[in-house]
Design a binder for this molecule. Structure first.
Ligand SMILES: [Zn+2]
Length: 460
């Protein structure tokens, strides 16, 4: 199957230029001016539009069993929503049971991943520490290309690790050449704040941001950086939401440390006033950890994005329905934590970032695709437009207006963080592995067409 994209403005993380792109089977085979279509070729007219590498979202939680329920999007619906929004690759997190093996968790997530309509990979989560896990980490890295490991400094009495476990895990990552990642909030402080608030009779969603203020993220971020610095390992700080964490990352980077910061469209555009709403479904719909922050923090995050302190914009896609969120009607600590933006990540960032002049189209490509691909050993197969790269592309109309709504999104839940928001700039076509799966509003993405991506360094 051949696809020829004609007349578009190609945008990469470095430059923009007018060119046609020919894709044969799953690969980009030619980039140039006035390419003639081979016989039987499917031609897409991209005149007036931008052609960019498909989005890479390195932080999702599809089908995750959590807090006595399961995330609303599975690998099929989540990948379909991703494709409709221009994302063609995502990296999810396998999370083992305590006492279980990493290999079992990997197999479980890979069996769910078989339903994905686009390519995906996995990070592994370390929820406890022992010799067996240490050994398995090497096996996962060498044999399966799982080259990144996540540690939670929050979620006490669940998947949180203590400092001793964190240090051992970081040391092991360094030994095997893997990248440690952290969810940085001080879980002991959050737990104590939650108990104090509940004792005072605070039960509603407004308790959520009070129980985990920005200082607990700042402390945990600095702690993880300090450990990484002593061990001399790079570190990936997931979902940076506040000034304190951004400042800690900036200070470390200024000292020359390889600290990578990630943030989300929600932290860049929304604030914690939503938790004061009298409408439980609305307030609970925004419950995520870290929580949305008071006004002002997002300015610091934008500064971090434009200065190159925060180089990856992901989603932490973890959506629930209103009904699921109502599990916490009488206790804010029982509201399932998470929100969904896998479909609107690119549109929101374009609207808020490029249209406002904060970032250039080239920076947009770096933040939504190339930097994540480079960080997680998927580049140049993913995140680039060059001959030999996977034919994962999006065609973007910067003039097209759209209103975001749960009524029209492809995510499998009835709530959208950006409900009613009018945006200018929209993905009109998505090509996934050389297949034209999103065509001006029509989604043709089928179950099981994606592949698991091993991230062994020399294989990419
Ligand atoms: Zn997450």
């Amino acid at each position: 199957m051949a696809i020829l994209i004609k007349g578009g403005e190609v945008v990469t993380c470095e430059r923009s230029f007018r060119a046609d792109i020919l894709c044969l089977d799953q690969t980009i085979t030619q980039i140039g001016e006035e390419i003639g279509p081979p016989s039987g070729c499917h031609v897409i007219d991209a005149a007036g539009a931008l052609v960019m590498p498909g989005g890479v979202d390195p932080h999702t939680h599809l089908q995750l069993p959590v807090m006595d329920t399961v995330v609303a999007d599975d690998f099929l619906t989540g990948s379909q929503a991703a494709i409709a929004g221009g994302t063609t690759t995502f990296i999810d997190f396998a999370i083992p049971e305590k006492g279980g093996t990493l290999t079992d968790a990997l197999q479980q997530w890979q069996s769910w991943g078989e339903a994905s309509a686009c390519d995906y990979s996995l990070h592994m989560t370390i929820v406890e520490w022992n010799k067996k896990i240490s050994k398995e980490m090497e096996l996962l890295t060498l044999k399966h290309g799982i080259t990144s490991f996540k540690f939670y400094l929050a979620y006490k009495n669940a998947i949180m690790v203590n400092d001793e476990e964190l240090i051992a895990g970081f040391m092991r990552c360094k030994e095997i050449g893997a990248l440690p990642m952290v969810h940085a909030e001080n879980g002991d402080l959050v737990y104590i704040k939650q108990q104090l608030l509940k004792a005072k009779g605070v039960t509603g969603p407004s308790g959520h941001p009070i129980s985990r203020p920005s200082c607990v993220e700042g402390e945990a971020t600095l702690r993880a950086i300090t450990i990484a610095e002593l061990i001399k390992t790079p570190l990936y700080v997931a979902h940076v939401s506040c000034q304190e964490a951004c400042d800690a990352i900036h200070a470390a980077q200024t000292r020359g440390l390889p600290i990578i910061g990630e943030t989300l469209p929600s932290y860049l555009t929304l604030d914690d006033s939503v938790y004061q709403s009298k409408d439980f479904d609305f307030a609970a719909g925004h419950v995520m950890s870290p929580p949305l922050r008071p006004k002002g923090h997002s300015d610091r995050l934008w500064q971090g994005v434009t200065n190159g302190e925060l180089t990856v914009i992901s989603t932490d896609h973890c959506p629930f329905t209103k009904e699921q969120k109502r599990m916490g009607t009488n206790d804010f600590t029982k509201i399932p934590n998470g929100t969904g933006t896998i479909e609107d990540r690119l549109a929101i960032l374009w609207h808020q970032g490029v249209n406002s002049g904060k970032i250039t189209p080239e920076q947009f490509v770096a933040l939504t695709s190339t930097n994540a691909a480079k960080t997680f050993n998927l580049y140049p197969r993913k995140g680039s437009i060059q001959v030999g790269a996977d034919a994962d592309l999006l065609i973007f109309d910067p003039t097209k207006n759209r209103t975001i709504s749960a009524a029209t999104h492809h995510q499998n839940n009835d709530f959208n963080l950006f409900e009613g928001k009018n945006i200018q700039g929209s993905v009109v076509h998505t090509i996934v592995g050389g297949r034209h799966l999103f065509n001006d509003g029509k989604l043709l993405a089928n179950k099981g067409e994606g592949r698991f991506l091993s991230r062994i360094k020399d294989k990419c």
